[in-house]
Ligand binder design. Structure first.
Ligand SMILES: C[S@@+](CC[C@H](N)C(=O)[O-])C[C@H]1O[C@@H](n2cnc3c(N)ncnc32)[C@H](O)[C@@H]1O
Length: 350
């Protein structure tokens, strides 16, 4: 019997009430008045465990960052596992920040490029200007990053490009599904790094579909890396299906890095990723997760489906594969690995 796994902390928000098993369920909007229904749902400032600035999205009912804080998440999940020290000082890193939000991942990336003497050719994709504007208006956010990391964000808050001694960048404001083809026309096959930081697959399945991940994979250099906080089976299986090799991002808490422990996210690359301080091979438990019903990909063939449609179609597909037999149910997998008692959030395992 494998050792029980500790509670994972790689989700945006560890919400065990995520309606994974019945994703077609609606959140209780019926209880809201018509007037409330048509109000844009607000973004609320919040502060993570490390005291850094973050936001809560009323629309997606999810935090922008995990409980440990934006600053730690940016460094531990996105910048450390990129291993930019692989590049010679003076060379240029080509990177995409998908779902820029407050700009924390970009700030951490700029900070690291500066420390390593690297130049940055940056692209960002983001739907909403407000998170960046709210972050830049916050004194805490301003003070948590070096000025040379803040300056490019300031330029983006009122435009769509930045230029600084650290490099240059272009923001694609809008729906990532619409803007990604434009970026592919510029940068296919040339990126060292894609930081995928959308809301969780159950909240924003559009940006985790097999079709969308196919586009992201096409951005990568042969030794480029896509990094994400998500360890969801459907995301990992889709990355595999688009031809990428998988590794687990080591958990940020050393105490949770034992064999069989849950990971701190996923790294994917066209070429195999070596075991190192930040990455490890997937554990047997994680590989078997990819053969369960939870690994059913999110599908969005024409790139225009609503979140509800994608979730409903996936749930239908899961039921029909389950009825055919031949695919293990996620609950059987959880029981087999003794995960019930540890209550892995459904968002990671369903
Ligand atoms: C989890 S937050 C990103 C956190 C961000 N990396 C940060 O450090 O603040 C997800 C972001 O995705 C954006 N978003 C949601 N749907 C999107 C879409 N279809 N296309 C582009 N961006 C989207 C939201 O506006 C939000 O800023």
């Amino acid at each position: 019997m494998p050792p029980p796994s500790p509670i994972p902390t790689s989700g945006k928000t560890l919400n065990a009430c995520e309606p994974e098993e019945f994703p077609q369920q609606e959140l209780p909007k019926q209880q809201l008045s018509d007037q409330q229904l048509h109000q844009p749902e607000p973004l609320r400032p919040s502060w993570g465990g490390d005291g850094s600035f973050s936001l809560w999205s009323g629309e997606f009912q999810q935090g922008f960052h995990s409980g440990r804080g934006a600053l730690r998440e940016a460094r531990e999940t996105f910048v450390d596992p990129a291993q930019l020290e692989r590049l010679a000082p003076g060379s240029t890193v080509l990177a995409l920040d998908l779902c820029v939000g407050t700009g924390s991942n970009t700030a951490a990336l700029l900070e690291r490029c500066s420390a390593l003497g690297l130049q940055l050719q940056w692209w960002g994709i983001e739907l909403d200007r407000q998170p960046l504007q709210l972050a830049l208006a916050d004194a805490k956010f301003q003070s948590q990053w070096p000025q040379q990391a803040i300056e490019p964000l300031r330029q983006l808050s009122h435009g769509d490009r930045w230029q600084s001694p650290l490099g240059q960048g272009q923001m694609f404001w809008g729906d990532a599904r619409e803007r990604l083809p434009e970026l592919l026309a510029l940068a296919a096959g040339s990126c060292h790094l894609v930081m995928h930081d959308a809301f969780s697959p159950q909240r924003c399945p559009q940006l985790w579909s097999l079709e969308f991940l196919t586009g992201l994979a096409q951005l990568l250099l042969l030794d480029g890396r896509l990094l994400t906080y998500s360890s969801a089976a459907a995301v990992r299986r889709s990355l595999q299906l688009v031809g990428l090799q998988l590794a687990a991002i080591r958990h940020h808490e050393p105490a949770q890095q034992s064999p069989g422990a849950w990971s701190g996210g996923t790294a994917a690359s066209p070429t195999p990723l070596a075991n190192c301080k930040f990455l490890r091979p997937l554990a047997a438990m994680e590989w078997e997760h990819l053969a369960t019903n939870a690994a059913e990909p999110y599908r969005d063939p024409d790139g225009r489906a609503s979140a509800a449609t994608i979730l409903t179609n996936r749930a239908r597909q899961q039921r029909s594969r389950g009825a055919e037999g031949g695919v293990e149910s996620t609950s059987a997998w959880r029981r087999r690995w003794g995960l019930e008692a540890n209550r892995i959030p459904l968002q990671e395992s369903a």
